[in-house]
Write a protein that binds this ligand. Structure first.
Ligand SMILES: O=C(O)[C@H]1O[C@H](OP(=O)(O)OP(=O)(O)OC[C@H]2O[C@@H](n3ccc(=O)[nH]c3=O)[C@H](O)[C@@H]2O)[C@H](O)[C@@H](O)[C@H]1O
Length: 449
């Protein structure tokens, strides 16, 4: 059997995308030009220190979550890694783009700041708002949690609709303040978040950074803005955690999260309460139920199942104890967008000014689901029919890493408040997704992302 030499092992990238310098050539270079190497080293070290000790706001400009395939389990290491990244903003040309994108083009239109605009829901919601004449400005840090090329493609899509995405992080207070100085946003559609239930065990820090610290930073800026905007933001069905009463109603308990992701979304709901209570911010949390569709997230099961089925690779299908069914209330993106817009349209104004509450303000939370859970094995059968390829099913025990067995939304509250009524079943929605997938990634052989 062929043995792997240690030098070969040394050449394996330590982190995806980052290559170690080959040892022997490194030693040689050190011997032959030690002074140059020392100088370079100290300049490099200095640069790192300067970046590291910059104010937190500027140092976290373009923070990102790492890829789900890299592992970084400590919060501090994750944040210091983020702090090495920078992005630039400002200048007259930049301000002009910001103003133009946020310009309202219809009577009684809103001016909306959409955070996470290059994300799945963010892209769809931005287009829908722009289409009806609202002014839309995007904000996104383009992190590499999943393929940033997909985010860039979504960005191009938005650019064609006249929507500019500012590159920056919700933790960047000076940037947010600058945006509010330039535009008196009537609304914020806050969709930037670290998503994914299972990845929370790999990179807990990214959840705290985006879903808690980032959210608080955004609310701090919103509470001081004049006028204060109304905020609609993405919570999650995962807040129901180990709750067994179905369908899930907003009145049910949400104090047993099964993942850190869920815990940070639940924390977000409590934080929303605080900012509503103290500062009079109008806040509406939307509990999304497993959203899917064209331009979706590659880390989600329906997406990578499609990729793996086309490639002839096996797919892990989870089942609960005693062959129990695992099911999700899969909700099509267009239905979710209608819910987002309905929530925005019925959001009352914030009541504070000068950072002070002047009167009680609106505080809401709604389920946005499809109301018909489908077993994951049925989702796979639908994909098999649409792709005309038999899946290699690998049935596995539901891992204890944050997954829950079942989700099912009661949507009567959203229906009553803004007429939310999902109309797309899983078969129809997946058909649209598969059509997009094939057109985006090309033929089966080319779908090598
Ligand atoms: O509603 C939410 O709030 C969340 O929805 C989504 O989480 P989930 O419902 O867990 O979606 P997703 O990973 O697509 O797994 C779907 C199904 O496939 C099963 N699943 C998953 C992986 C796998 O390898 N095998 C498998 O059977 C798995 O057990 C599950 O039953 C968002 O990702 C999350 O960001 C959040 O928004």
């Amino acid at each position: 059997m062929k043995q792997m030499s240690s030098s070969h092992m040394d050449n394996i990238p330590s982190t995806p995308g980052k290559f170690k310098m080959e040892k022997s050539s490194y030693i040689q270079r050190c011997r032959h030009s030690s002074s140059v190497a020392k100088l370079t080293f100290f300049v490099f070290l200095g640069l790192i220190l300067v970046l590291f000790f910059k104010s937190p706001s500027t140092s976290s400009l373009s923070s990102s979550s790492s890829s789900p395939y890299s592992s970084s389990s400590s919060i501090s290491s994750d944040l210091s890694r983020r702090s090495l990244k920078t992005s630039s903003w400002g200048g007259l040309a930049w301000e002009k783009r910001v103003r133009s994108s946020a310009r309202i083009r219809s009577r009684n239109g809103f001016s909306v700041l959409v955070t996470g605009a290059a994300g799945f829901v963010g892209t769809h919601a931005s287009v829908a708002l722009k289409r009806r004449g609202d002014g839309v400005l995007g904000l996104d840090n383009f992190n590499d949690y999943y393929d940033p090329a997909l985010k860039r493609a979504r960005q191009s899509l938005l650019e064609r609709s006249g929507i500019y995405i500012v590159e920056g992080d919700i933790n960047d207070a000076p940037l947010l303040k600058k945006l509010f100085e330039l535009i008196p946003f009537t609304h914020v559609m806050h969709l930037a978040a670290q998503a994914g239930v299972r990845y929370a065990m790999e990179n807990p820090g990214s959840y705290v950074h985006s879903n808690i610290a980032g959210f608080v930073n955004l609310l701090e800026v919103c509470k001081s803005a004049n006028p204060q905007p109304a905020i609609v933001w993405a919570s999650s069905s995962s807040v129901y955690g180990l709750n067994t009463k179905v369908p899930f109603s907003e009145k049910d308990r949400t104090d047993q999260p099964a993942s850190l992701y869920a815990a940070t979304k639940k924390a977000g709901e409590e934080i929303a309460h605080t900012y509503n209570h103290i500062y009079g911010l109008s806040l509406t949390g939307l509990r999304f139920f497993t959203v899917y569709g064209p331009w979706g997230r590659p880390d989600m099961a329906y997406f990578f199942f499609t990729r793996n089925i086309l490639k002839g690779k096996s797919i892990p299908i989870f089942e609960a104890a005693n062959h129990g069914t695992v099911a999700r209330d899969f909700t099509y993106i267009d239905d979710i967008v209608k819910g987002c817009l309905g929530a925005l349209d019925t959001a009352e104004k914030s009541t504070g000014s000068g950072g002070k509450k002047r009167a009680p303000a609106q505080l809401r939370v709604f389920n946005l689901g499809n109301t018909s859970p489908v077993p994951v094995s049925d989702l796979v059968s639908i994909l098999e029919r649409l792709l005309k390829v038999k899946a290699k099913r690998l049935v596995m025990k539901l891992p204890r890493n944050g997954d829950v067995q079942f989700t099912h939304a009661n949507i009567s509250s959203a229906r009553r408040e803004f007429g939310y009524k999902p109309t797309t079943d899983l078969q129809t929605g997946l058909k649209k997704f598969v059509r997009w997938y094939v057109s985006y990634y090309g033929s089966v052989k080319k779908s090598d992302q």
